[in-house]
Design a binder for this molecule. Sequence first.
Ligand code: 9D3
Length: 239
Amino acid sequence: MRIDLVTIFPPLVAGAFEHSIVKRARDRGLVEIFVHDLRDYTSDRHRTVDDYPYGGGAGMVMKPEPWFRAVEALREQGNPGRCLLLTPQGRKLDQSLVQRLALEDRLILLCGRYEGVDERVRAHLADVEVSIGDYVLSGGEPAAVVLVDAVVRLQPGALGSSESTVEESFSEGLLEYPQYTRPPEFRGWRVPDVLLSGDHAAIERWRRQQQLQRTRERRPDLLPMVDDVSETTSESQDR
Ligand code: 9D3
């Protein structure tokens, strides 16, 4: 897979791809990641990427021309790929979208800044708009880093055996069980006896029960088979 990322802050994202699983996937040739400076695609002396909003209002709007020049230049190298604009208005990223994006041959990620991006970029250049959640970031860069991490770890061969996704499929959709390592007692807090018992069947039962209990308490929305009563009774109005 090839990923091209366009931003006015290349160093803000480049470092995130030089460590850990993403770095290893690049070293293994599973993914190529290129970070491009939007200002390289401007044509004026000041390398201007923003301008005042038509109709007035606070803040600046990112001009369309550099985005179109950048994407058109990148598309001359290799296949066109899927062009994603990271914006707060986008479709919220979840694992099912990550899985679909991970199947693409090429992604071109556009990171907006300021108050926003000229509407013609979303309407006529981006194939999809993606948000990573309902909170305010200063720009699309941290969102692009999140998306790249999630997509790259799904590339075949990206994970080592200890990070394998096999176990994940077993407990799919549940939160993880509590994990402990040595020492068996730390500041008076003991590791649950069952984990020290050597009884592997009992350990498996305990872990499963912990996953279900935690998911029910913290993320009932992940248990579609079980009705989340608090959402359909007066309990939901108490919040
Ligand atoms: C102060 C401007 N806001 C007025 C309603 C809108 C706004 C524009 C641009 C808010 C944030 C941003 C910058 N954020 C992103 O570009 C962004 C983002 C996000 O803020 N949250 C979650 N996902 C994403 S993806 C891109």
